[in-house]
Design a protein around this ligand. Structure first.
Ligand SMILES: Cc1cc2nc3c(=O)[nH]c(=O)nc-3n(C[C@H](O)[C@H](O)[C@H](O)COP(=O)(O)O)c2cc1C
Length: 149
């Protein structure tokens, strides 16, 4: 059994829906899951955990959803050593935004990696244009992802 924190970055609920689906699948596999809908650095308590999944959409012109900005700013300011953390990223976006497809998910990914955390597997990028059921796709993704830990 693994203790997993899921961090959500969402504007209109799709990344939350994905996070809920991930939680359901992982708990069904007897893992312990804590969902952070308003991710806060102190509450996440990185020092005492080792597995994290980020479910994050992109808004504006390649920007982070408002609810995850405080966490990203705190990480940038405090620069904690996250080399004990293994993480996965589900990045939600829309291919019609060519230049900034899934940019926020890519940015959170780069931020965690820059602090020493190690991504497990590839970033899972969900295109709203071609993947109308992001939660169903995410369920399949996480079943494969968890085996790579
Ligand atoms: C105003 C607006 C701006 C967006 N900008 C981008 C973008 O720059 N890049 C991208 O890949 N997707 C962009 N998207 C698509 C969203 O990321 C996508 O619809 C996603 O599923 C929304 O997830 P959420 O409901 O969790 O916020 C944008 C969507 C809206 C409504």
């Amino acid at each position: 059994m693994t203790d997993i924190a899921i961090l959500v970055g969402t504007e209109s609920g799709n990344a939350q829906m994905v996070a809920d689906a991930l939680q359901e699948v992982l708990e069904g596999m007897e893992h312990e899951v804590v969902l952070h809908e308003e991710p806060d650095l102190d509450e996440i308590d990185f020092a005492n955990r080792d597995v994290v999944i980020v479910s994050c959409s992109t808004h504006g012109d390649g920007e982070l959803p408002d609810n995850i900005i405080p966490l990203c700013e705190a990480l940038q300011e405090q620069q904690p050593n996250l080399s004990h953390i293994r993480y996965g990223v589900v990045a939600l976006g829309d291919q019609t935004y060519h230049q900034t497809f899934c940019q926020a998910g890519k940015d959170v990914d780069a931020l965690l990696a820059g602090l020493g955390a190690v991504r497990i597997g590839e970033r899972f990028e969900v295109d709203a244009c071609t993947q109308p059921l992001p939660d169903e796709d995410a369920r399949e993704w996480v079943k494969g992802w968890i085996t790579q830990l």
